[in-house]
Ligand binder design. Structure first.
Ligand code: KE4
Length: 424
């Protein structure tokens, strides 16, 4: 069994040395902020290789992986059928900037899976998907304002990088430098699972709201499921006020069910944003929905959106091969069963050891919340990492189980959690 790289594979470069070098070259030494371990301290392991549910870092340490590249690795890393198909596709050229049959094949698969999606546009990230869906909602309704929820994350487009200040419903306050107040003022912020805060915004801004964009299961404040009636309430409010309902299923799509949260909770959005699993680990995002809306996207309509590498053959190939695996018989029964083995095991540990913590989950996405706050999470995180369990380095992220996690992986994880949670 190949146990990943030896440190010598990288000329004795340890993660620490690699991080020192990276810090000189890239802001924070990373290409996405959360990877820098800012919320938990310490230096991030530099990953050299991954296979199935395992990661190996540049120092040769092995981990059981519950980040899964923040969701895409639902099959496990380097699935042989996906990797082989991408290798073959690369031999035929990496990108053409011209239509290919592969795009139509993946589009047809998604449209088959999501009954609310009649037409789809591929982009390169979840950010692009959400940004474009919001632009389309504004273009189609002629309205400028949008409603998002505090704690929900839809990528880093200016109009969505906006958090409420305190208070239930307020004008958006930029959560990043560089977002002009003039942009943020069109982004209204409500409280997740609080329909009243949404209703008040619709009352205050009659006829001015283009859409409500929501994570149908929140994953970016840790895993927070929708309370009974919340999603249907959003559907009803959007219908009553002639606004569009946009489900950001970048994380939940193909995750909480093959057809995402809209399948699980039986709510039909007008537009859906997808990403992560859709590309199987290669950069793919997408937005899609009602035909009368999607036909307003260039070149057919007046809502402009474009992308050099959108729909490129390698990413399409990875997506097609990933969905081929996910559409097999009883895949989600298997995934949910192994996930429940983990989450119920953690729940039992918390209960018997009387730990002030709680686990929240929907299928194979879960978060262990520490009531004593970030310090407790930080201790737990590092204890788990030392014990070979790789978790997201932030209390406010979701963990993911893959189809490659075995009973043995889960038993090892539970033993480590039982050990480490006492130190938290
Ligand atoms: P990307 O642009 O990162 O592909 O997708 C943005 C996005 C949109 N919508 C949802 C619900 C998302 O969760 C994301 C991205 N998720 C984060 C982690 N929760 C990606 C990790 C990171 O930022 O490095």
């Amino acid at each position: 069994m190949d146990h990943g790289p030896r440190t010598t594979d990288y000329g004795l470069k340890t993660s620490e040395k690699l991080f020192d070098e990276a810090l000189k070259l890239m802001p924070g030494g990373v290409n996405s902020p959360v990877r820098a371990f800012g919320a938990v301290g310490g230096n991030p392991p530099f990953i050299a290789r991954a296979l199935g549910a395992k990661l190996w870092d540049a120092d040769g340490n092995e981990y059981i992986d519950y980040v899964g590249s923040w969701g895409p690795a639902i099959l496990g890393h380097a699935h042989p059928k996906v990797a082989a198909a991408v290798r073959e596709a690369a031999e035929r050229g990496l990108s053409f900037g011209a239509p290919t049959e592969l795009e139509s094949r993946l589009a047809a698969m998604v449209i088959q899976i999501f009954s609310s999606i009649k037409k789809i546009r591929f982009v390169n990230s979840g950010t692009e998907a959400c940004m474009s869906a919001v632009r389309l909602a504004r273009g189609a309704t002629g309205r400028d304002k949008i409603i998002k929820f505090k704690g929900c994350y839809h990528g880093h487009a200016d109009t969505l990088l906006v958090e409420a200040g305190s208070g239930a419903a307020t004008f958006g306050i930029p959560s990043s430098a560089g977002v002009p107040k003039d942009f943020a003022k069109h982004t209204l912020v409500a409280n997740y699972n609080d329909l009243g805060s949404v209703e008040r915004l619709f009352q205050q801004h009659k006829e001015k709201i283009a859409c409500v964009i929501v994570e149908p299961v929140a994953g970016n404040m840790g895993c927070v499921p929708p309370v009974e009636g919340f999603l249907q309430g959003l559907r009803d409010l959007c219908d009553a006020h002639h606004a569009l309902l946009v489900f950001d299923e970048v994380m939940t799509g193909f995750r909480v069910a093959l057809g995402g949260a809209q399948e699980l909770y039986k709510i039909r959005p007008d537009l859906t944003c997808l990403g992560k699993i859709l590309g199987g680990g290669l950069p793919v995002g997408a937005y899609g929905g009602r035909k009368d809306l999607m036909d307003q996207v260039a070149p057919l309509g007046k809502v402009y959106q474009a992308g050099t590498l959108s729909g490129n053959p390698l990413a399409m190939t990875a997506g097609i091969k990933t969905l081929e695996q996910l559409t097999q018989y009883q895949v989600y029964d298997r995934l949910n069963e192994i996930s429940a083995f983990l989450t119920s095991g953690i729940k039992e540990i918390i209960g018997t050891k009387k730990i002030p913590a709680r686990i929240q989950s929907v299928g194979s996405m879960w978060t262990l919340f520490f009531e004593k706050g970030p310090e407790a999470f930080k201790k737990f995180f590092h204890g788990a990492l030392k014990g070979g369990i790789y978790l997201p380095p932030s209390q406010f992220e979701a963990c993911f189980v893959s189809l490659a996690h075995t009973k043995d992986d889960i038993e090892k994880t539970l033993a480590q959690v039982a050990d480490t949670i006492l130190t938290a």
